[in-house]
Write a protein that binds this ligand. Structure first.
Ligand SMILES: *Cc1c(COP(=O)(O)O)cnc(C)c1O
Length: 407
């Protein structure tokens, strides 16, 4: 007897409906595919472009010392770690990297996670519980928000960098027995401004709260040899939980938490991504170790990054683009937004730039507020002056053609 399959309507058809909705709004995208190395000049979808979209601030993704370290570690130790850290997947090279980062950050101890996302989400959800309170900047990264939700603590969001609003929240829960965590990004990824670190540290001390900073975009960029925003703002010893990423300026992959020996030991026991997800391949740890050596030995990379940043920001402003500062925070870092406003126009601008050979990411609601859509540009140390001038020419030409720049 032939068996017949009963006809069945696709239970996932609602996803297709939602995608069609995105297409109608003009915010649906296809992934752009990189065909060569992550570099300031590279090939996406068969097209040569100047890359203004990568977080490879110092050009370390292709640094010969990192490549050599990754290959040597692969040759010696293989391609995988074989287990989660707490079972059999802690290799000597993982411990070596943690010691090196702790030393670099002048912290007692460090734990490395598979990504910055895992570091934030795993840490916030491990150290707080349902009777606790999280006082969080409204522009904090999604991984902090997810960690906060997983913790089941009450989340009190303060207006961007608004210390009075943060204090209002702290005062409102002052008499509650739960623990309080004040948390901010060191550098905000959409506007390139820095977190209100000194003021928030004052508040955390005044109210007996835990102070946490996510330094994903500040590591390797701000502070002495890229030590981050704690060093930049000279708030040493006042931040209890310092998160960083190994995926941006460091050029590889991963995230880390620095703090007291007991904080790190506690995370070894309770942070769920650490306990339930396999550790990095040895090549990743080795390349990261090499990257921290490069930060110490080649400070000229950071100098070049800032030189390029100053030049590019000045020229963008001279062209007449809105690069933030009146109703949006002004960038203080290599991230410079070109604020367009309308989401659809922004996505068109980004597409036209690409056709002319410049890759700049269009970012619209809900990633940024409605009416504040932008093309985000990121400088690196390895862009040449010629590449920057060429990119500026394209931005000017397309900006005028589309009426974003006047005459
Ligand atoms: C990129 C980023 C992260 C996530 O880091 P990954 O290593 O890419 O997972 C976390 N926080 C902030 C502020 C970021 O910009």
């Amino acid at each position: 007897m032939p068996t017949s399959t009963p006809t069945r309507t696709n239970p996932l058809s609602f996803l297709t409906d939602q995608l069609n909705h995105l297409k109608a709004k003009g915010t649906h995208f296809r992934l752009r595919v990189l065909e060569d190395e992550q570099a300031p000049g590279c090939t996406f979808d068969g097209k040569q472009v100047i890359n203004l979209a990568s977080n490879n601030y110092l050009g370390l993704t292709t640094h010969p010392k990192l490549r050599a370290a990754a290959m040597e570690a692969t040759r010696r130790y293989g391609v995988g770690s074989g287990a989660v850290r707490t079972i059999a997947g802690t290799m000597k090279i993982h411990m070596q990297l943690e010691e090196q980062i702790a030393c670099f950050k002048n912290a007692e101890a460090c734990v490395v996670f598979q990504s910055g996302f895992a570091a934030n989400a795993g840490t916030v959800s491990a150290i707080l519980g349902k009777d606790d309170f999280i006082i969080s900047d409204e522009l904090n990264h999604a991984s902090i928000i997810d960690g906060a939700r997983l913790s089941r603590a009450r989340i009190l969001v303060f207006r961007h960098k608004d210390l009075a609003h943060a204090e209002e929240h702290l005062a409102s829960v002052k008499s509650q027995p739960g623990r309080k965590l004040v948390i901010t990004d060191g550098v905000f990824s959409m506007d390139g401004d820095t977190g209100a670190l000194p003021g928030l540290c004052d508040l955390a001390e005044k109210y007996g709260a835990i102070m946490m900073v996510d330094d994903a975009h500040a590591s390797g960029v701000l502070g002495r040899n890229g030590r981050g925003s704690i060093d930049h703002f000279k708030v040493h010893g006042r931040v209890d939980v310092q998160v960083g990423t190994l995926s941006k300026a460091i050029g590889v992959l991963g995230g880390y938490v620095c703090g007291s020996r007991d904080l790190i030991d506690f995370l070894y026991h309770r942070a769920r991504p650490f306990l339930f997800s396999t550790s990095h391949p040895p090549s990743v740890a080795a390349a990261c170790i090499a990257a921290f050596d490069v930060l110490e030995k080649e400070p000229e990379r950071i100098e070049k990054l800032w030189e390029n940043t100053r030049f590019f920001k000045k020229e963008l402003g001279n062209l007449g683009f809105n690069i933030g500062g009146v109703n949006t925070p002004a960038s203080e870092t290599p991230i410079t937004p070109i604020i367009i406003g309308d989401g659809k126009l922004t996505m068109e601008f980004s597409r036209e730039l690409f056709k002319e050979g410049v890759l700049g990411t269009g970012i619209a609601f809900p990633t940024v507020p409605e009416g504040k859509a932008r093309v985000r540009t990121i400088m690196t140390a390895t862009h040449t002056r010629e590449q920057l001038e060429q990119a500026l020419d394209v931005l000017k030409k397309v900006g005028k053609r589309m009426g974003i720049l006047q005459n």
